[in-house]
Design a protein around this ligand. Structure first.
Ligand SMILES: Nc1ncnc2c1ncn2[C@@H]1O[C@H](COP(=O)(O)OP(=O)(O)OP(=O)(O)O)[C@@H](O)[C@H]1O
Length: 326
C-alpha cells in the first residue's frame, strides 16, 4: 500500500464463489473509495455474507480478483487482515468476562503490543459508548450493547476498513439507532471506511452509496438519491368516496393503470406533483385527499429485482438473475 493509501479501499472484479451447485456470488464488480459508508442491500441468501467473506479473506473465491486496502485478497491475506476489522452475525463474545476483559483478552491474543493494550481497549470502549459499562459481565449486556462490544473488538487493531455483516439484525429500534450513531461517528470522525450488509431498507438510506445485490449479482449501485431518481416515477395516492369509479376514470380518461386498495387508489407517474391538477380537471369522482410520494428504496428494489426485499424469489428457490430486469 502506498504511504498515502490505496486509491480504492475495495476493488473487486468478476468475483465469484460457488458452493458445489450453488452459485452464491456470480461475478461481482465493485469499487469502494476510502472514507465511504457503503451498504450492500439484499434479501436473505443474496450472497452478501459470501461476498464479505471473500473480501475479508475467510472464503477463497472460485473466480475473479479482489483487493482490499491495496492488497490482493488471495495472495496477500495477512496484509488484508491487518487492514480490516470484522463484525459478523454470530456472536463470539465471552459472556463470563467483563466488557473490558473481552477486549483485553482479544487484544493480547491478536498481538497488540502490551504497552498499547490499555490505551486501545479504552479508546475502543469509548468509541462505541461502553466505557461506563466496562466492568459488567458481557452476559448481562443487552443485545445492542453486545453488538457494540463486538464492533469495539473489531476496532482494536485500528483497521482502516470495517466490515459489518448485518450489525443491527434482531435488535430493537433504539439499539439499532445507537449502533448507527457509532458507525456514523467512526466513519465521519475517524475516517474509517465502512462496508456493511443489511436487509433493512430504512438503514440503507443512511449509507453514502449502496449496491443492491440479488441472486449473487449486483443489480445496481449509487447513492440512495440517485437510485430513487433513476426510477423516475412518483406514487400518487388518492382517497376517494367511490374508489372504483375513480379508478375507472383514471384508466379511461388519463390512460393510467391504477390499483384500488380499500378506499385508496394509487398509481405511479413521472412528475407526480405536476400531474395532480390534471386528475382534478379530468375526473368526476369525489376526491377526499391526495398524497404524492417520491420513490422509496423499496420501489427501487422492486424495479431492479422484480420483487419486494422480503418477497420470495420469482420461480421458487432459484435465485433471480439481475440482468433481464435492469
Ligand atoms: N458454506 C456454504 N455451503 C453451501 N452453500 C452456502 C454456503 N454459504 C452460503 N451458501 C449459499 O450461498 C447463497 C448465498 O448465501 P449468503 O449467506 O452469502 O447470503 P446473504 O445475502 O448473506 O444472506 P443472509 O442475509 O441470510 O446471511 C445461499 O444460497 C446460501 O445457502
Amino acid at each position: 500500500m502506498a504511504a498515502d493509501g490505496p486509491d480504492m479501499m475495495v476493488r473487486a472484479s468478476g468475483l465469484a464463489k460457488s458452493f458445489g451447485e450453488v452459485e452464491a456470488v456470480r461475478g461481482v464488480d465493485l469499487e469502494v473509495a476510502p472514507g465511504e459508508l457503503f451498504g450492500l442491500l439484499g434479501p436473505n441468501g443474496a450472497g452478501k455474507s459470501t461476498l464479505i467473506g471473500m473480501l475479508s479473506t475467510l472464503i477463497t473465491p472460485t473466480a475473479g480478483t479482489g483487493a482490499v486496502a491495496g492488497f490482493d485478497i488471495v495472495r496477500e491475506r495477512p496484509d488484508v487482515r491487518r487492514s480490516i476489522g470484522l463484525v459478523f452475525q454470530e456472536q463470539t463474545l465471552d459472556r463470563y468476562l467483563t466488557g473490558w476483559y473481552n477486549l483485553k483478552f482479544h487484544a493480547e491474543i491478536y498481538g497488540v503490543p502490551s504497552h498499547e493494550v490499555e490505551e486501545r481497549v479504552t479508546r475502543a470502549l469509548e468509541d462505541v459508548g461502553l466505557w461506563e459499562e466496562r466492568e459488567r459481565l458481557a452476559g448481562t449486556y443487552s443485545g445492542g450493547m453486545r453488538r457494540r462490544l463486538e464492533i469495539a473488538r473489531g476496532l482494536l487493531h485500528r483497521p482502516r476498513l470495517l466490515f459489518l455483516d448485518e450489525p443491527t439484525a434482531g435488535l430493537d429500534p433504539r439499539s439499532r439507532e445507537a449502533i448507527w450513531d457509532r458507525v456514523r461517528e467512526l466513519n465521519e470522525r475517524e475516517g474509517i471506511t465502512v462496508l456493511m450488509t443489511t436487509h433493512y431498507l430504512e438503514e440503507a438510506e443512511n449509507c453514502g452509496r449502496i449496491a443492491i445485490i440479488d441472486g449473487g449479482q449486483i443489480v445496481t449501485v449509487g447513492t440512495p438519491a440517485e437510485l430513487k431518481a433513476q426510477i423516475g416515477q412518483d406514487r400518487v395516492e388518492i382517497v376517494a368516496r367511490d374508489p372504483h369509479t375513480l379508478g375507472e376514470e383514471l384508466r379511461t380518461r388519463l390512460g393510467l393503470t391504477p390499483v384500488v386498495q380499500g378506499d385508496t387508489v394509487w398509481f405511479t407517474v413521472a412528475g407526480g406533483r405536476r400531474f395532480v391538477p390534471r386528475v382534478f380537471s379530468e375526473v368526476d369522482a369525489e376526491i377526499t385527499s391526495v398524497q404524492v410520494k417520491s420513490p422509496s428504496l423499496d420501489d427501487v428494489f422492486l424495479a431492479r429485482t422484480g420483487r419486494g426485499i422480503d418477497g420470495p424469489a420469482p420461480g421458487g428457490a432459484e435465485p433471480q438473475a439481475g440482468g433481464s430486469r435492469r
